[in-house]
Design a binder for this molecule. Structure first.
Ligand code: TXA
Ligand code: MG
Length: 332
């Protein structure tokens, strides 16, 4: 888009936001659905448009660390370290909330999640609007997060005021959320930034609780609000069976139409791909490329009237943790 046109689009979006409207914004992770974080009525519009339960708090997007501090009642050393070395970027800090943050943003909790996004379009939007933006992922509650403007249009198009289309999101999965109110800080939601990256930035250990995978909570371990089991799910039932090839063969034999996300497009997958009832999608064998394509792949398979989506089990190591987290939720 020519610079003058994008400037006009940004001015219009800033204007909609200042008047209390809803704008879908591109970020480096996924598209967000933004409203003025300091306007409780505007934020209520986000919950209505998404059908989001009021107990699920929102992330507030800021222009820089200074604006973040203005929304926090305290600024722990861990938050300062994230802001100094990982912002702008896909890291969200949870800190004590300032009184001026409306309770609807934090689901009545005493902490607020803050993130300074790296996407140039949204950075200039926040600067132009001059307000912090509350923005969850721009999808109906529990559904897949959007990584293109078309995804947003399909799920929320008639419920929001404007979509800023900046193409596909770079990371493709939601930000890493870090609870900075405790020491050592703890990862609440795994994301594009690994624990190793966080520990290097913070110069100390970061906790990685055993409860990141969905399942019954272990006593004494708490979850982030809103990290419910079923989340990030396609409409088509999704399974991650131990033996994907066998499960696919079984479903095809039962006359089902199957989509299959394969990590290694081996001979077996190629042979089965001859079936008209099977859609085989080879996925990148490393976590960064896999994350970038994951939601777009699931959105596309949801359009194909399949009975089932089968996913090859991703590797067990920590670099795949964020992907395993999203897949496990999609399967529950
Ligand atoms: O990458 C992202 O983080 C995207 C883009 C748009 O920035 N946003 C996003 O927002 O994923 P959402 O609403 O889909 O997820 C926000 C999650 C909540 O469900 C919750 O798990 C956690 O962030 N969260 C928000 N506020 C929190 C708080 N005060 N304490 C603990 N967790 C919180
Ligand atoms: Mg979401």
């Amino acid at each position: 888009m020519p610079a003058s046109e994008s400037a006009a689009a940004l001015d219009r979006a800033a204007d909609v936001l200042r008047r209390g409207g809803l704008v879908a914004i591109p970020t480096e992770t996924v598209y967000g659905l933004a409203a003025n974080a300091l306007d409780a009525d505007a934020v209520a519009g986000i919950f209505r448009a998404k059908g989001r339960p009021s107990g699920n708090p929102l992330i507030v997007h800021v222009a820089d660390a200074e604006q973040a501090r203005s929304l926090a009642a305290a600024w722990p050393a861990a938050a300062a370290a994230v802001a100094a070395s990982l912002w702008p970027g896909p890291a969200t800090v949870v800190v004590p909330k300032a009184a001026r943050v409306p309770g609807i943003v934090t689901a009545a909790g005493e902490t607020v999640a803050l993130r300074c996004p790296g996407h140039p379009v949204t950075r200039s939007l926040i600067e132009r609007a001059g307000i912090p933006l509350a923005a969850p992922s721009a999808n109906r509650a529990e559904a897949l997060s959007p990584t293109t403007a078309q995804h947003v249009l399909a799920s929320l198009g008639n419920r929001i005021d404007l979509i800023l289309d900046a193409g596909s999101c770079d990371h493709g999965i939601e930000s890493t959320v870090i609870d900075c109110t405790r020491s050592p800080p703890r990862i609440l939601r795994p994301g594009p930034l690994s624990r190793a990256t966080l520990e290097a930035a913070l110069g100390g250990p970061v906790e990685w609780p055993g409860n990141l995978a969905p399942g019954p909570d272990k006593p004494g371990t708490e979850r982030s609000p809103g990290q419910g089991r079923r989340h990030y799910a396609p409409a088509t039932p999704l399974e991650i069976p131990p033996n994907a090839a066998a499960r696919v063969a079984e479903l095809l034999a039962a006359g089902q139409r199957v989509g299959w996300l394969v990590l290694a497009a081996d001979e077996r997958a190629r042979a089965l791909a001859a079936s008209r009832e099977l859609v085989v999608v080879p996925m990148p064998p490393e976590p960064i490329g896999y994350a970038r394509q994951l939601y777009a792949t699931l959105h596309a398979l949801d359009q194909r009237q399949l009975d089932r989506i089968i996913v090859d089990l991703p590797p067990a190591d920590e670099t795949w943790a964020a992907i395993r987290d999203r897949l496990n939720r999609a399967a529950s």
